[in-house]
Each structure stands twice: as structure tokens, then as C-alpha cells.
Design a protein around this ligand. Structure first.
Ligand code: DQA
Length: 148
């Protein structure tokens, strides 16, 4: 009974990662670290065992928009690292605005301490909040923003 209660009220969250984040662990480790996201996802799942945590990654803008539309009316929260599309995609920005599920924008690096083109975000104006610069821990903080 208690287990049923628990499962019934578990929050349904999803992490959506954009282009090149499938290369974490190999890609510019001095900026993004040396851990793969698949490995880190296991850490997150065991640390936050009271949430249902889904994961989606794509290098394709339209697939990211399709996923936002698919989950954006029935999930409790979306953790979105749109990667380079953050700085260029009106389409992803519009999708974030169009859906009902709150979106927390996440970045591994502190985009404000990097090139100027990374200071612009099409996600932020419609995000619930923005977490950046804490390495992979940015994802932990985003999950916590939905559960505490
Ligand atoms: C990033 C920052 C973006 O500027 C960059 O294009 C990425 C990753 C981050 O998580 O720090 O691919 O979103």
C-alpha cells in the first residue's frame, strides 16, 4: 500500500539533451568533464530514486521540438540542455513557450564566462529557471528544483 502510494505520487521528469552532448566524456573534457552522460544518468537515478527520470538526447533540432511537444503536457518537469541550439533556435524557444510543463534550462559550463554568442538564450525567457556552471551537478540542482 505504501509502495503504491509512493509510485502513484512519484514525479515524472525528463532530461532532454541537445547536440554533441552524446559526446560527453570525450568532448573537450577540460570544459565538460570526463564522464559520459549515460554513466551520470545512473548516478542521478540512484540518487533521486523517488522520481521517475526519463532521458532523451538528439543532435537534431526538430527531434528536440517533437520531444518537448510529446512530454510538455503530461510530465511534471523538463530539464533541458539544448546545448548550441540554446543560442540559435527560435523553434525550441517557441516550443518551450507553447508547452505547459515547466522547463528548467541547464548548462554544464558557465556560458556567461565563455564566448559572447553563448550569452544569448532563446530558452531562458520562458524557462522556470536557469542553472549553469556547476558541471554535471547542474542536473542534480535542476532535479532538486522540482522535488524540494
Ligand atoms: C552547453 C553550453 C553551450 O554553449 C554549448 O554549445 C554546449 C553545451 C553546456 O552545457 O555548457 O554544447 O549547453
Amino acid at each position: 500500500m505504501r509502495l503504491f502510494f509512493y509510485i502513484y505520487f512519484m514525479k515524472q521528469l525528463i532530461i532532454i539533451n541537445g547536440p554533441n552532448l552524446n559526446l560527453l566524456g570525450k568532448r573537450e573534457p577540460e570544459i565538460y568533464g570526463s564522464q559520459t552522460f549515460e554513466d551520470y544518468l545512473e548516478v542521478l537515478k540512484s540518487k533521486y530514486s523517488t522520481v521517475n527520470l526519463d532521458y532523451f538526447q538528439s543532435n537534431i533540432e526538430g527531434e528536440l521540438i517533437d520531444k518537448l511537444q510529446e512530454v510538455g503536457f503530461n510530465y511534471d518537469g523538463i530539464i533541458l540542455n539544448a546545448a548550441a541550439y540554446t543560442h540559435t533556435s527560435v523553434g525550441i524557444g517557441d516550443a518551450v513557450k507553447a508547452i505547459q510543463t515547466p522547463v528548467v534550462e541547464v548548462h554544464i559550463s558557465n556560458t556567461f564566462s565563455r564566448e559572447e554568442f553563448r550569452h544569448q538564450s532563446y530558452i531562458s525567457p520562458n524557462a522556470k529557471g536557469v542553472i549553469l556552471g556547476f558541471g554535471l551537478k547542474s542536473y542534480d540542482l535542476a532535479i532538486e528544483s522540482f522535488i524540494f
